[in-house]
Ligand binder design. Structure first.
Ligand SMILES: [Zn+2]
Length: 433
């Protein structure tokens, strides 16, 4: 099993599915060959030339609606010069499988594939269809992937439960115990392009209509505003679970009050941790500023691109109104490049409880906690259609390696992969049999 799993992941990483352009057909063909060998029926979908997705199914009795195991085959670009190994070499180095996608999300794809094949091999009777779904284009918004599939082939993707990327196992920073995460929700990206025109002129004679100066002042007004904290149900539950092993959260474990929690997080410096801060508020990040091309010329236009992210439950229109009020400059045009609200699935369900129980069985002593993702995934498309979607990838990842997702030197230990396959297969069995 170990050698086969390692080989599969290594070979999968070697397929360059960098998006753009994607070329996910390479990966779809890779899966098609394996599925064919094992006699699992499958279907491929092509949204555009080179942009393929693949769906395989093991039939169940139909007592319950299907379960979809979802992952995306595309990866974000990797600049090999910055890496200490070839991002598309699939090398095995000191017990790690190395390369782009080792975490996001090619390992999950191999885990799901091997869970599917194992269940087929053992002839386990299922009370629902088990669907393996590997898609294109997650990293660029899903237009050529899940968005396309759900629009064009809705009947193929009806499910009671979708398990997607999202929850890893990490060592707790304060108690050293394992935290196993299940992600029932994620924030919504709202990307804004601000543009402003102004009067040009010579840099030697400054005037008051310099659009770049006006833009920076307006953006500063926005950035200087401290966005209020807001405890979502997912974050409340997350800290409630952590409070069982974190002494510093003990008062919150005792009284369960929101103000107690926020005060504890503030007093202990945890709110200054970007990941925790982002779980508890809408965020604003100024990431691009474009204007001018000569030092002695007052520019005639200025542009700022801002990445904001909304917690589930926040209203997009109200947020846009807040942004404009804060900029306080009527001549700035605000264009919504991408406007999504946050989204979340119910976490008080039989399926959630079952996954939680399985994780506790495999990792006695671990804390299993719901986690609000700050990034976005394809889960949002399924949640929009009222399907339950959870992020679950039971592999242990050291905190430092989390930075390699979309960063450099992405890798996963062989031990984590193998344990992940065992745990995931058991969870799927419990959910389907
Ligand atoms: Zn990603």
């Amino acid at each position: 099993m170990t050698q086969r799993a390692v080989e599969l992941l290594s070979n999968y990483i070697k397929l360059d599915t960098t998006n753009p352009p994607g070329n996910e057909y390479l990966a779809a063909e890779f899966f098609a060959r394996i599925l064919e060998t094992h006699g699992v029926p499958f279907k491929t979908y092509q949204s555009k030339p080179g942009r393929a997705s693949i769906r395989a199914v093991i039939q169940g009795s139909g007592q319950k609606k299907p379960l979809i195991m979802l992952h995306h085959m595309d990866v974000v670009p990797a600049n090999g010069d910055e890496w200490s190994f070839d991002p598309f070499g699939g090398e095995i180095i000191h017990g790690f499988i190395c390369g782009r996608g080792a975490l996001d999300t090619k390992s999950l794809g191999i885990i799901q594939l091997l869970a599917l094949l194992e269940i087929k091999k053992r002839g386990i009777k299922l009370h629902r269809d088990l669907i393996f779904l590997a898609t294109a284009d997650e990293e660029s918004g899903g237009d050529c992937g899940v968005e396309y599939l759900l629009r064009e082939y809705p009947d193929d993707f009806q499910a009671d439960l979708v398990l997607n990327e999202g929850g890893y196992l990490v060592k707790d920073i304060s108690s050293n115990s394992l935290v196993a995460m299940i992600s029932p929700g994620e924030k919504g990206p709202c990307w804004l392009k601000l543009s402003r025109k102004g009067m040009t002129g010579h840099g030697s004679t400054p005037h008051s209509q310099n659009c770049l100066e006006k833009m920076t002042r307006a953006v500063n007004r926005l950035l200087n505003y401290e966005v209020p904290l807001k405890l979502t149900p997912i974050a409340a539950e997350y800290f409630k679970k952590l409070a069982r092993s974190w002494d510093l959260l003990k008062p919150y474990a005792d009284d369960g009050r929101e103000d107690t929690l926020l005060k504890l997080l503030a007093d202990n410096g945890l709110l200054s941790m970007p990941q925790i801060s982002a779980m508890l508020r809408n965020t604003i990040s100024l990431n691009m500023l474009k204007s001018g091309d000569r030092v002695n010329v007052i520019p005639s236009s200025a542009e700022a691109l801002i990445d904001t992210r909304l917690l589930p439950g926040q209203d997009l229109q109200k947020w846009l109104h807040f942004i404009k009020t804060q900029l306080a400059d009527d001549e700035i045009q605000v264009e919504t490049v991408l406007g999504n609200e946050g989204n979340a699935s119910d976490m008080y369900t039989e399926s959630y409880n079952l996954i939680e129980k399985a994780l506790l069985d495999h990792y006695p002593g671990a804390v299993v906690a719901p986690y609000l993702m700050t990034g976005t995934t394809d889960s949002r498309f399924f949640r929009e259609k009222n399907m339950l979607a959870y992020g679950l990838c039971p592999v242990e990842v050291p905190p430092d390696d989390m930075k390699s997702i979309h960063g450099i030197d992405e890798k996963l230990s062989i031990d984590s992969l193998i344990k992940g396959i065992e745990v995931y297969t058991d969870i799927i069995r419990r959910l389907c049999a």
